[in-house]
Design a protein around this ligand. Structure first.
Ligand code: UD1
Ligand code: MG
Length: 457
């Protein structure tokens, strides 16, 4: 959008969060609040914008990175003062600025586009985004004259009894013609209940100058501000619903959206089915036709097409197509599970590569291992990767067969088509095609029970 700039106010402390983390870095569906606002501004086509930082400025700046402009507000003297701090950002500009709050993450980018259009088409000096709500307490109220024209905004704390009854609220998002905003900002003062420089006072000043001020009424849920953990939860509920609805519209079956927690950046393919109590976090990518069974948690992972995951945890790993995971598997970071492989119940895989078609059906620990294709690891197999000081690697070739309850003491290599006898403790490499037996031979002591007088009739 040409000649259009943005300011995001994010210097406030957020006392009611009771947190060491700056408010705008608190996450909603896996994404810091500030990201929702910057994303919305960017996708509305506003490329040149600045974030006003103050409380926890270093943390917010670090998080935003060098790509995003920040402006420092030393003391938080009010929203008007915050915008005054942006004077040098605005001074040489002659277009429109949209001002938003960093703690209102539910704003949609098309609402931003719409209000900008509305502002320009009507030739307003200022346009306020407003909403009607049955519970306006805490918000600034939009005061209109007998003709319905906006006159001013009155803060909740400064409002008279009559003004408090007004149900139209100020969302905290506005468009201004930049020169007029800069002019009006010079005239605001802090003679109010909170002793702050209110940005909202600019409206009345512009009106008194005979300027046209508009209001663009939108849906209240978009303007829910987050000032406490409870509101963080409430905003998360709205966002979660939006995410689930988007995914369902894209062809994902979600059996019970109310108990499905999917982060904002997660992508899921068509015809995948998500069962209840599933948590999918971070930058996870799930392919088509997968089944994500109940009580699964998948974080920052890539799950290819046709994978079935039952009641399991997958962290920062790649699961290739048609693999079966779980129930009750634990796939730890940096693992790669091959195509059509099976990682069954009570199997833990850590930083290991499992080849295509390999089966590890039950009660097994695989850590720091590279396992080839078409292997079978019997119940109770353990890769003994840790000597108390260092971690060591286990390498197993293709089509190897590991008998039950084998301990494979790393570093060690097991060849292609090798067999390991059940109960073996393997400490030496096993060549291709060999059978390794590493356990005591069985001894049968005949007649022992009777000799001891233990024989039961
Ligand atoms: C503000 C509006 C109110 C509106 C409400 C919507 C004013 C005076 N009032 O009230 O009409 O209904 O938002 O949520 O603007 N901030 C700074 N520097 C400051 C003060 C605030 O950057 O010195 C930032 C905060 O971090 C926050 C935003 O501005 O992101 C809004 O400030 P806040 O104190 O929450 O204003 P409200 O009292 O909620
Ligand atoms: Mg607020």
């Amino acid at each position: 959008m040409e000649n259009c700039y943005g300011i995001i106010l994010a210097a406030g402390q957020g006392k009611r969060m009771k947190s060491k983390l700056p408010k705008v870095l608190h996450k909603i569906c896996g994404k810091p609040m500030i990201d929702y606002v910057t994303d919305a501004v960017l996708s509305a086509g506003v490329k040149d914008f600045a974030v006003v930082v103050g409380h926890g400025a270093d943390a917010v700046r670090d998080y935003l990175g060098s790509e995003i402009k920040t402006i420092y507000q030393d003391k938080q003297l009010g929203t008007g003062h915050a915008v005054m701090c942006c004077e040098s950002f605005l001074n040489d500009k002659d277009g429109v600025v949209i001002i938003l709050a960093g703690d209102a993450p539910l704003i949609n980018s098309n609402t931003i586009s719409n209000v900008l259009q509305y502002h320009t088409l009507n030739d307003f000096s200022a346009t306020i985004l407003t909403a009607n709500t049955e519970n306006p307490s805490g918000f600034g109220r939009i005061i209109r004259d007998g003709f319905g024209n906006v006159e001013k905004i009155v803060e909740d704390k400064d409002a008279s009894e009559d003004e408090k009854k007004v149900k139209e609220i100020n969302s905290g998002t506005y468009c201004f013609n930049i020169p007029e905003l800069l002019f009006a900002l010079k005239k605001i003062n802090n003679n109010n209940v909170q002793g702050e420089y209110y940005l909202t006072d600019v409206i009345e000043i512009l009106k008194k100058e005979g300027k046209k001020v508009g209001a663009y009424v939108s849906d209240f849920t978009e303007f829910m501000g987050v000032n406490s953990r409870i509101q963080l939860y409430e905003a998360s509920v709205v966002m979660r619903d939006r995410i689930n609805i988007r995914l369902m519209n894209e062809g994902v079956t979600i059996i019970d959206p109310k108990s499905t927690y999917i982060d904002a950046n997660v992508k899921i393919g068509m015809d995948t089915i998500i069962y209840p109590n599933v948590i999918i976090e971070g930058n996870t990518l799930i392919g088509e036709e997968c089944i994500i069974g109940p009580n699964s948690r998948i974080v920052d992972s890539i799950i290819e097409n046709g994978v079935e995951c039952q009641s399991s945890i997958i962290l920062n790993s790649l699961v290739k197509s048609n693999a079966k995971i779980g129930p009750f598997a634990y796939i730890r970071p940096e693992s790669e599970i091959g195509k059509e492989a099976k990682i069954g119940d009570f199997v833990e895989v850590k930083k290991s590569k499992i080849g295509d078609g390999t089966k590890i059906p039950h009660l097994t620990y695989v850590g720091d291992a590279e396992i080839g294709q078409g292997c079978n690891l019997g119940c109770g197999t353990i890769t003994v990767n840790y000597d108390g000081t260092n971690k060591h690697k286990t390498i197993i070739g293709n089509k190897a067969f590991i008998g039950c309850n084998a301990s494979i003491v790393a570093p060690v290599k097991i060849g292609n088509n090798a067999y390991i006898a059940a109960g073996s403790t393997i400490t030496k490499d096993v060549p291709d095609g060999a059978l390794a037996v590493a356990r005591e031979r069985q001894v049968n002591m005949e007649g022992w029970v009777e000799r001891r007088g233990l024989w039961k009739k």
